[in-house]
Design a protein around this ligand. Structure first.
Ligand SMILES: [Fe+2]
Length: 276
C-alpha cells in the first residue's frame, strides 16, 4: 500500500518485504510512486548490507560514492552515516547538516539516495526535505525568467559552504571532477517537471555572473525554497528504508539529539543523468 505523507512530498510504502523477490508489476508501480512522491518510506525492513544492495536495484544502478573512507568493508558500494566520527581537530562530524542535494559536483549526479536506519537516538535526528519543483512553481514569473538559462558551478566543496566536508584522500580526489556546470533550473527526466537545482555546500558561483550577485541570488532562491510549505520532515524509525529524488529535492540532517546515543544508517545511491 502506498500512502502519501504530505500534500506534495513523501509516501509510505507498507505490505512489502524487500528481502523477497518483487514482481515486475510491483516494481513498475514503485518506480512510478517514486517519481510522483519524490520520497518513499519503506517501514520495518531490517536489511543486511547485501540485502539493501539488492533491494535498491529495483530502482536503478548503483552510483559509486565519492569519499570511500565511509565504505562498509562487506559491501563497499554502501557507506555508513554515523554520529561517531570526528574531524581531525576533534570536533564531532555530523554528515548532511545544511540543505543540499547529494554529489551535485558529479557530471551525472545520483538520481536517488537511500538511507536505511540501523540504530537511532531516542528522539531527534529528523531528515528534512524540501520540494524544489513546488518551490519553482511558486516563484514569481520574473524570477523564473531570470534564472531560466543560468548555470551553477558545482565543486566538491564550495569555499562559500558553511558546512565542511570530510577531506578526500588523494586517490579519491583523482576520481572526483574539479568543477561541473549544471542548470539552475532542471527538467526531471521522468516527470518532465521543472525544479530549482542548487546546492549551498557545492555551488561556488553562477557561470558568467559577478560573484556577489550570484551569491545573493542563490541565497534568495534558497530562502524561498526552504519555506515550511515546501517541506516534508521525516521522523525516523529503526528499520526505515527511505529513498529520495535528488533531482527535485534538497535535504538536510539535524544534529539536535543526544550525541551520547548512536545514530547509524546505511547509505547507497543510484546513478542519474546529466541535468538538463
Ligand atoms: Fe546528503
Amino acid at each position: 500500500m502506498i500512502t502519501p505523507l504530505s500534500s506534495h512530498t513523501g509516501a509510505e510504502v507498507t505490505d512489502i518485504d524487500l528481502t523477497q523477490r518483487v514482481d515486475q508489476a510491483s516494481r513498475e508501480r514503485l518506480n512510478r510512486a517514486f517519481v510522483e512522491h519524490s520520497v518513499l518510506v519503506f517501514r520495518d525492513q531490517h536489511l543486511s548490507p547485501l540485502q539493501l544492495f539488492a533491494a535498491v536495484q529495483l530502482f536503478g544502478d548503483v552510483f559509486p560514492q565519492h569519499n570511500t573512507r565511509f565504505a562498509l568493508p562487506e559491501c563497499p558500494q554502501i557507506h555508513y552515516i554515523s554520529n561517531q566520527d570526528f574531524y581531525p581537530d576533534g570536533k564531532r562530524y555530523i554528515p548532511g547538516e545544511g540543505y543540499h542535494t547529494d554529489h551535485s559536483n558529479a557530471a551525472e549526479p545520483p538520481k536517488a539516495t537511500v538511507l536505511h536506519a540501523v540504530q537511532l537516538p531516542d528522539r531527534g535526528g529528523d531528515t528534512q526535505f524540501v520540494n524544489m519543483h513546488a518551490a519553482y512553481q511558486a516563484l514569481p514569473e520574473a524570477m523564473r525568467a531570470r534564472i531560466a538559462t543560468l548555470r551553477g558551478i558545482h565543486v566538491y566543496q564550495s569555499r562559500h559552504s558553511e558546512r565542511k566536508l570530510m577531506a578526500l584522500s588523494e586517490a579519491n580526489q583523482r576520481r572526483v571532477p574539479d568543477a561541473v556546470l549544471h542548470p539552475l533550473v532542471r527538467t526531471h527526466p521522468e516527470s518532465g517537471r521543472k525544479s530549482i537545482y542548487l546546492n549551498p555546500i557545492r555551488i561556488e558561483g553562477i557561470a558568467g555572473m559577478d560573484e556577489a550577485e550570484a551569491l545573493s541570488l542563490l541565497d534568495e532562491l534558497l530562502a524561498h525554497a526552504t519555506q515550511p510549505q515546501f517541506e516534508y520532515r521525516h521522523q525516523w524509525r529503526t528499520g526505515d528504508m527511505v529513498m529520495w529524488d535528488n533531482r527535485c529535492l534538497l535535504h538536510k540532517a539535524n544534529g539536535d539529539y543526544d550525541m551520547t546515543q548512536v545514530r547509524y544508517l546505511y547509505r547507497i545511491m543510484l546513478k542519474g543523468d546529466v541535468p538538463v
